[in-house]
Ligand binder design. Structure first.
Ligand code: GDP
Ligand code: MN
Length: 397
C-alpha cells in the first residue's frame, strides 16, 4: 500500500528522521492558513506547494512550485488542487490532485550550497536481506543514474539479526562525501530511517532528494513509502492512511469482494483460479493475438455467486471484447463451476454482450463440457489449453 508524501513524512518523523516540515491542505484557503502556521513554527518566509498524488516526478509535471508570499501560496495551491497532474509516472490523462502539502522552503541560501542525495531502503530478493541504496546524484531519476553512471550508486546490506550497525551508517555518510556536522546528521538520519522501515513493515522507502541544507542539516524533502499490505493487520493506524481515491475503482470494488483483480489495458477479460494459472492464461491470450484486460484470481470457490461477481467486475471494463474462463477443478469440481457459469450467465440477463470461452480441466471435466455445450448460451467450451487459445483467436478475428 502506497502512502502520500505527507503521510510518509509523518511516519518518518515519528521515528526521529528529520523531514522538511509541512501541513496538508484541501483547498487554497487552508493552504494559506497552513503557510501562516509554518511561518510561525519554522520562521520560513517561502513555501513549496506540492501536489499529493501517488506518482513520482511531480516536479517535472508542474506539481511542485515555490511560493514567495501568501498571495502566491493561494494562487498556486488553487491552480494545483483540482488539476489532472501528468508526470512521467502517470497515464496521459494524469492524476486528479485533491490536496497539497504546504512545506517550508528548505533550499534557503547560507554558508554552503544545498546538496541533494538519493536514498532508498528495500529488500534485496537475491540475498533475502534489506539494503540501503544511496547516491550522491539526488533529485534526478535514479533509473538514469543507474544507466549512465552506475558507479555512483552504492548499496549497503543490513544483517537482520543486528539491524544497521554504527560503522555502516558512518560508511554511508563517508561515501556521500560528508564531514563535520553533516556527517553526524547523516549517520543519525540513516539509522532512524532504517529503524522506521523495519518497524513499520515497509517494503519500500525512497527518499529523493535527501537534502543537505546550507547549514548542514540532513533531511527528507520527498518520501515515497510503500507499506507491506500483508502486514497491515498489525498496523491498524497505518492501514487507515489508505486513500481509495488513488486506486483503480474497479480494483477497490473487486478487493472488497475478495477477488484478486488487477486492471490491465487489453481486450480479453480472464477469470481464473490460482495466481499461477492466471499468469499462464495471460500468456496464452497474448499468444492468441489478444491482450489481457485484467488479472483475476477468483480463488478456491467458483460457485455461481462468485462467477457472477467476477463477470460483473470484468464487464465494468469497456475494453473487454471476449472473456476467457480457465478453471482447474481440483478441490472444486468442474461440473459445479460449469453450473455456476451457466447460472450466472442466465442471472445476468443481457448484461453479457461478449463471447465467452470456458476451459475446465480436472475432476468431472467431461460432465462440465456437456453442461456448457447443452446450455444453449453463447458460451464455447474447450478442454485443452491450445484449443482455448484458438477459440479466443477466432472470436477476436
Ligand atoms: P517529485 O518531483 O515528485 O519527486 O517531488 P519532490 O518532492 O522530489 O520535489 C521535486 C523538486 O522540487 C525537488 O527535487 C526540489 O528541486 C524542489 N523542491 C522541493 N522542496 C523545495 C524547497 O523547499 N525549496 C525549493 N526551492 N525547491 C524545492
Ligand atoms: Mn522526489
Amino acid at each position: 500500500m502506497n502512502l502520500h508524501e505527507y503521510q510518509g513524512k509523518e511516519l518518518l518523523s515519528s521515528y526521529g528522521v528529520r523531514i522538511q516540515r509541512g501541513i496538508v491542505a484541501q483547498n487554497a484557503d487552508e493552504a494559506v492558513t497552513a503557510a501562516k502556521k509554518l511561518t510561525e513554527d519554522t520562521g520560513t518566509g517561502w513555501h513549496v506547494i506540492k501536489a499529493q498524488v501517488h506518482a513520482g516526478g511531480r516536479g517535472k509535471g508542474g506539481g511542485v512550485k515555490l511560493a514567495k508570499n501568501l498571495d502566491e501560496v493561494k494562487t498556486i495551491a488553487g491552480q494545483i488542487i483540482g488539476m489532472d497532474l501528468v508526470t512521467p509516472q502517470t497515464s496521459a490523462e494524469g492524476k486528479r490532485v485533491h490536496q497539497v502539502l504546504v512545506a517550508e522552503d528548505v533550499y534557503y541560501p547560507g554558508d554552503n550550497e544545498p546538496e541533494e542525495y538519493y536514498m532508498s531502503v528495500l529488500l534485496n530478493r537475491g540475498t533475502g536481506r534489506n539494503m540501503i541504496m544511496y547516491s550522491t546524484e539526488g533529485g534526478m531519476d535514479i533509473e538514469t543514474v543507474a544507466e549512465e553512471t552506475p558507479h555512483l550508486i552504492f548499496t549497503e546490506e543490513i544483517d537482520p539479526s543486528t539491524g544497521i550497525l554504527p560503522f555502516q551508517a558512518r560508511k554511508i555518510a563517508f561515501n556521500l562525501g560528508l564531514s563535520g556536522v553533516a556527517f553526524k546528521e547523516m549517520t543519525k538520519f540513516v539509522t532512524s530511517l532504517y529503524t522506521a522501515y523495519v518497524k513499520s513493515d515497509s517494503s519500500l522507502f525512497e527518499i529523493n532528494p535527501v537534502l543537505k541544507t546550507s547549514d548542514d542539516k540532513i533531511m527528507a524533502v520527498d518520501a515515497k513509502v510503500t507499506l507491506d499490505a500483508n502486514a497491515l493487520y498489525r498496523h491498524k493506524d497505518l492501514a487507515e492512511l489508505r486513500d481509495l481515491r488513488e486506486e483503480s475503482p474497479i480494483e477497490v470494488e473487486a478487493g472488497a469482494l475478495g477477488l484478486n483483480y488487477v486492471d490491465l489495458d487489453g481486450n480479453v477479460g480472464c477469470m481464473v483460479n490460482g495466481a499461477g494459472l492466471a499468469m499462464a492464461t495471460m500468456d496464452l491470450i497474448k499468444q492468441a493475438g489478444g491482450e489481457p484486460a485484467n488479472f483475476l484470481d477468483v480463488g478456491g470457490t467458483a460457485d455461481a455467486k462468485r462467477v457472477e461477481e467476477a463477470f460483473r467486475i470484468i464487464l465494468k471494463d469497456d475494453g473487454v471484447k471476449a472473456i476467457l474462463i480457465n478453471i482447474f477443478g481440483g478441490i472444486v469440481r468442474c461440473d459445479r463451476v460449469a453450473q455456476g457459469v451457466v447460472d450466472a450467465y442466465k442471472n445476468m440477463g443481457d448484461a453479457i454482450k461478449v463471447p465467452i470461452i470456458v476451459r475446465l480441466q480436472g475432476t468431472n471435466a467431461d460432465i462440465a463440457k456437456e453442461l456448457i455445450d447443452n446450455s444453449g448460451l453463447d458460451v464455447m467450451s474447450a478442454t485443452e489449453f491450445q484449443e482455448a487459445a484458438d477459440k479466443v483467436q477466432a472470436v477476436l478475428a
